[in-house]
Write a protein that binds this ligand. Structure first.
Ligand code: SUG
Length: 448
């Protein structure tokens, strides 16, 4: 049976702004308080989705969230009408209003961890929404994420959904950004690779000193258990704490995998040789031939990787078996990274082509091409069971472009977030969006 890897890209929400909310994420911290352009951000994302569709890949869309999150502000003690809640928060606790306005759900690599049916005990595709417990503005995403994913993958014969893990730092879970899957073919059993930043219960694992390690070993293990993965199909590895301290807040900022290939920085992991050997042996037992490309630090320093987002790229398999790497413009702007990429495609290895995209609006908050997509490997029958409203088509692209042009502002500053009108604009836009994507009622304002 035919199988596919479908990229579901997060549509950027109408409140996209630079709140400086993510300690440990260099871009988010350094662009804090800049004016954003939500319209441009959403259009840049749609361009990437269209380009992949035009290249023949199956492309999907994941809806943004209702912001400001008034119910989160109510839980923090603000009361009265929605407008009053927003204005009081603006007056008394601006950082909380900014957090409740974040459009961070666009980075859907953090929405959930997904295990394809070939890997799971019950033969269904499993989803666990990520608790994103490390940052308040992201911890409020998972209830709506779960509703949206359930509306997209509703057929219980094929899809199983798990609630986010307990909302404590010990089970900090950042979803697919710390998860990669290796396989010979998307429809065959593969090896799921979970990368964690620290252990919550075992002090033998070192931890970063400066910046938080968002993903714990215990969270990764819980997700693997929930999904019914077998030991033969799982590898756990620790991220190098030293690179977390240099701004690598998710593993997808320093490594990306696809098919039988892991493309990673030399300094990405701890115990790299042992880890690569385990991946090799486990994929071999599944009939696959694991390969890795390690980018040496003397060609691309960790700092260059963090600035350019070289590894936050999409590694895609083309029909002829070769691979394509989708990178952000920032890679072309960095002479060392660009030179490395020229050499990589000329070397005759698996990666043959580089395509560059302008995703600056998202990049300035630390979100590159790979952050903006959630990969779901599906067999033909499973793809047929996905809500067709969320699969990109030329007509849907046109409709969404027009929808963005109608509803989105082209400038947003912190002071604009206090305007209750923004909430109404967001709700009007999302109400229309649920009809466009045929999602039903998924937002708090639609169900409460
Ligand atoms: O969680 N930035 C996101 C970026 C997520 C990138 N995702 C992956 N690497 N998969 C984060 O740090 C910044 C929001 C702000 O500062 O306004 C933010 O949340």
């Amino acid at each position: 049976m035919k199988s596919f890897e479908v990229n579901f890209d997060g549509l950027v929400g109408p409140t996209h702004n630079y709140g400086g909310l993510s300690f440990g994420n260099v871009a988010s911290q350094s662009n804090s308080q800049q004016a954003s352009n939500p319209k441009e951000a959403a259009l840049q994302g749609l361009e990437k989705m269209k380009a992949l569709m035009d290249m023949g890949f199956v492309q999907g869309v994941l809806a943004p969230q209702e912001r400001p999150d008034v119910s989160a502000l109510r839980r923090l003690g603000f009361s009265g009408s929605d407008a009053h809640v927003i204005q009081q928060a603006a007056k008394e606790a601006m950082p909380l209003l900014v957090a409740s306005c974040s459009a961070s759900s666009m980075w859907v690599a953090n929405a959930a961890t997904v295990s394809p049916s070939a890997d799971t005990q019950d033969g269904r595709v499993h989803f666990t929404a990520a608790n994103l417990n490390c940052k308040f503005h992201r911890s409020i995403e998972h209830p709506t994420t779960s509703r949206v994913l359930s509306a997209m993958f509703a057929d219980q014969q094929h899809f199983a959904h798990h609630a986010a893990l307990p909302a404590v730092a010990q089970f900090g879970d950042e979803g697919a950004a710390n998860h990669t899957r290796f396989c010979r073919d998307y429809g065959e059993a593969g090896v799921e690779f979970f990368v964690f930043g620290r252990s919550a219960f075992d002090s033998r694992y070192p931890a970063p000193q400066q910046y938080p390690a968002r993903q714990t070993l215990e969270a990764s293990q819980a997700v693997a258990r929930l999904h019914g993965l077998s030991e033969a199909g799982v590898v756990f590895a620790q991220q190098n704490p030293a690179v977390i301290d240099q701004g690598v807040f998710h593993n997808d900022v320093i490594a990306v995998g696809n098919g039988e290939l892991l493309f990673h920085h030399q300094d990405a992991f701890l115990n790299t040789d042992q880890m690569l050997a385990e991946l090799h042996a486990k994929l071999r037992a599944r009939g696959g031939n694991f390969q890795s490309i390690s980018v040496p630090r003397d060609q691309v320093a960790v700092e260059d990787a963090v600035r350019s987002y070289l590894f936050n790229s999409q590694l895609l398999s083309r029909a002829d078996g070769s691979m394509l790497l989708i990178v952000p413009e920032e890679c072309r702007a960095n002479p060392r990274v660009w030179q490395y990429l020229q050499g990589l495609t000329a070397a005759g290895g698996p990666i043959r082509e580089i395509k560059v995209f302008d995703l600056k609006q998202s990049m300035q908050n630390g979100g590159g091409p790979a952050c903006l997509r959630l990969r779901v490997a599906l067999k033909e029958t499973e793809l047929a069971a996905v809500n067709p409203g969320v699969i990109m088509t030329p007509a849907l692209y046109d409709t969404l472009t027009q929808w963005v042009n109608t509803h989105y502002r082209d400038a947003l500053r912190e002071s604009d977030l206090a305007d209750p009108q923004l909430l109404l604009e967001c709700r009007t836009a999302l109400d229309e969006l649920t009809q466009i994507l045929k999602l039903g009622a998924v937002y708090p304002f639609q169900i409460n």
